[in-house]
Design a protein around this ligand. Structure first.
Ligand SMILES: Cc1cc2nc3c(=O)[nH]c(=O)nc-3n(C[C@H](O)[C@H](O)[C@H](O)COP(=O)(O)OP(=O)(O)OC[C@H]3O[C@@H](n4cnc5c(N)ncnc54)[C@H](O)[C@@H]3O)c2cc1C
Length: 217
């Protein structure tokens, strides 16, 4: 039987965040799942995005001491909608966010983290948060563990400096994905100098910005 004639319990069209999350949800419940992607590379718009995920009342913000609730998040959404939103969809989004965090932690290596201080876009609205807490992002994911899949993922794998990013600007690399040809995460020493461990040269060297191995240049 040809591959296209096989039977699946669930067929997902598209390999962006929505498709892959749906595929994973079906697979962990025992379904035989196939994902079909019409583009040459997988990831869709998701692979090009900033990867910020808006989840009001999440446990990661709570751990950071931020006061928030799903009720406040829902109030905020409704305040923005001019009465045109379907309340049940807004409720599903707000209710499902914390469940998504738990689901990803249980079934993947993805760990979401706070984007510190990132405010709601309209914090002046009822339920809005000015000091951040609802926008999360994935922690670094090493492409080296993806082996053959690395070349099949959409997106620009050129090195970029965080200072070039419109929304970032924090002097840490923690908001960058770990592309295979990007430098490893960096750190500051007690003298405040940046350093980067190099995978090709035995002794980590550097102490300048942008951090780089002195031997590699
Ligand atoms: C530069 C940029 C930054 C962004 N930053 C953020 C952000 O920080 N936070 C945020 O929430 N949103 C952000 N967005 C928006 C966000 O990326 C999208 O809303 C989200 O990725 C959509 O996910 P998706 O899974 O629905 O679609 P996609 O990720 O686009 O995936 C759809 C996939 O389906 C495939 N497909 C379509 N039709 C078929 C078919 N018939 N058969 C098979 N495959 C098919 C497509 O080729 C594609 O791969 C950003 C967008 C851009 C462009």
């Amino acid at each position: 039987m040809g591959e296209m004639e096989e039977n699946y319990d669930v067929v997902v069209l598209g390999s962006g965040a929505a498709g892959l999350t749906a595929a994973l949800a079906a697979a962990v419940q025992g379904a035989r799942v196939a994902v079909f992607e019409k583009a040459e590379l997988i990831g869709g718009t998701t692979a090009l995005s900033g990867a910020g995920i808006w989840i009001p009342g999440n446990k990661i913000a709570a751990r950071a001491g931020i006061e928030d609730s799903q009720e406040q998040g829902l109030k905020y959404l409704l305040s923005l909608s001019n009465g045109m939103i379907l309340p049940e969809l807004a409720e599903a989004l707000v209710d499902g966010g914390p469940q998504l965090i738990d689901f990803l932690e249980a079934h993947t290596e993805i760990r979401l983290q706070l984007v510190p201080g990132y405010p709601d876009y309209h914090p002046e609205h009822p339920g809005g948060l000015a000091g951040g807490g609802r926008t999360l992002e994935p922690a670094l994911v090493s492409f080296s563990g993806l082996e053959d899949w690395t070349a099949r993922i959409a997106g620009d794998i050129q090195r970029i400096m965080l200072v070039e990013m419109p929304l970032g600007g924090a002097p840490e690399w923690s908001h960058l994905r770990f592309w295979p040809n990007a430098p490893p995460p960096t750190s500051k020493d007690s003298a405040g100098r940046w350093s980067a461990a190099c995978s090709r040269h035995a002794s980590p060297a550097a102490s300048r910005w942008p951090p780089a191995c002195a031997a590699c240049g």
